[in-house]
Design a protein around this ligand. Structure first.
Ligand code: F6P
Length: 325
């Protein structure tokens, strides 16, 4: 066991539902093992400016059910510079923080990896992003909530699509990953799902729309924001051009996908990972992201976790092909 006495926990990058549950788990696990815990406010920016606050069991009461992050978050430009990172390290030393838990996505772990190479401080990462685009975990904290938000929204959109015999093109988040689109599209019974992991053939899509017009007038197409054929407006323009008679609407779901109370799956995932992160630091681990693979806690070096190979499960892609007809 290594002699960790004081852990700093922070959230960084885009917020995701379940980050609060993760903070709570880290704080309470630290206290369980007699380790002092401080919260670093606004991610790496707060580390640089020394916005560091003590946390106890009470400070994380009643947050497991809240979306967003009570520690706030930011994308820090200053931390990208060696000078910024020196300032951050000095602030941590001033507070006697001797280990970190970083909750975020690829940008957070890229920063953490460089920081631990330059400065003597162990860091364990928790995958907190709605995008589910990290290698080394089946699911990231926030993904389950986000796809349920999308399904809920599309169910509502379908009511109006049905009533007006309209085609809706719904754009969802994910940056350059299509995993939000893929699962939520299957769950919402979308007629087409366009994702960057598979080549989008707009002509084939238009052909199918033409064939299907007589069978069913209302349709839902889900398009990932990073799709290779462009976003919802580009797809809508192609449809209007070919079929001026199809009543087409675009709906961009946007940041609604990042908010709201976390699902039970996200709360449990965040709780498991928060406990595992503190235990990993006690056992002397560093520069790794903790995730869950096949139901079991799994560690992945930061440099592999952020590889950014967004892979769509061939099984799910086949399911879309079979069921969306
Ligand atoms: O990474 C999470 C995410 O919501 C992406 O899906 C999206 O592309 C991006 O963040 C939006 O970032 P911002 O909130 O800075 O506009």
């Amino acid at each position: 066991m290594s002699e960790i006495k004081h852990i700093g926990v922070f959230t960084s990058g885009g917020d995701s539902p379940g980050m609060n549950a993760a903070i709570r788990a880290v704080v309470r696990t630290g206290l369980y093992y007699d380790i002092k815990i401080s919260g670093i406010v606004r991610g790496y920016d707060g580390m640089i400016s020394g916005e560091i606050i003590p946390m106890d069991a009470k400070s994380v009461a009643n947050i497991i059910q809240r979306g967003g992050t009570v520690l706030k978050t930011a994308r820090s430009d200053e931390f990208r510079t060696p000078e910024g990172r020196i300032k951050a390290y000095e602030q941590l030393k001033k507070c006697n923080i001797d280990a970190l838990v970083a909750i975020g996505g690829d940008g957070t772990f890229t920063g953490a990896d460089i920081f631990t190479k330059e400065h003597d401080i162990p860091v364990i990462g928790l995958p907190g992003t709605i995008d589910n685009d990290l290698v080394g975990t089946d699911f990231t904290i926030g993904y389950d909530t986000a796809i349920n938000t999308v399904v809920d929204a599309v169910d509502k959109i379908r009511d109006t699509a049905e009533s007006h015999d309209r085609l809706f093109i719904v754009e969802v988040m994910g940056r350059d990953s299509g995993l939000i689109a893929l699962r939520s599209g299957i769950g919402a019974g979308a007629e087409s799902i366009l994702i960057p992991e598979t080549k989008t053939d707009v002509q084939a899509l238009l052909c199918r729309l033409g064939e299907g017009r007589r069978e069913k007038a209302s349709k839902i197409i889900i398009v990932a924001e990073g799709d290779d054929a462009g976003g919802a407006f580009e797809i809508a323009a192609a449809v209007k051009n070919k079929f001026p008679g199809i009543d087409t609407r675009v709906s961009i779901l946007g940041h609604i996908q990042r908010g709201g109370p976390p699902s039970c799956m996200d709360r449990v995932l965040a709780s498991r990972l928060g406990v595992a992160a503190v235990e990993a630091l006690r056992e002397g681990h560093t520069r790794q992201m903790v995730g869950v693979v096949n139901g079991k806690i799994h560690f992945t070096p930061f440099k592999h976790a952020i590889k950014h190979i967004s892979e769509a499960s061939p099984e799910l892609v086949k399911i879309v092909e079979i069921l969306s007809r």
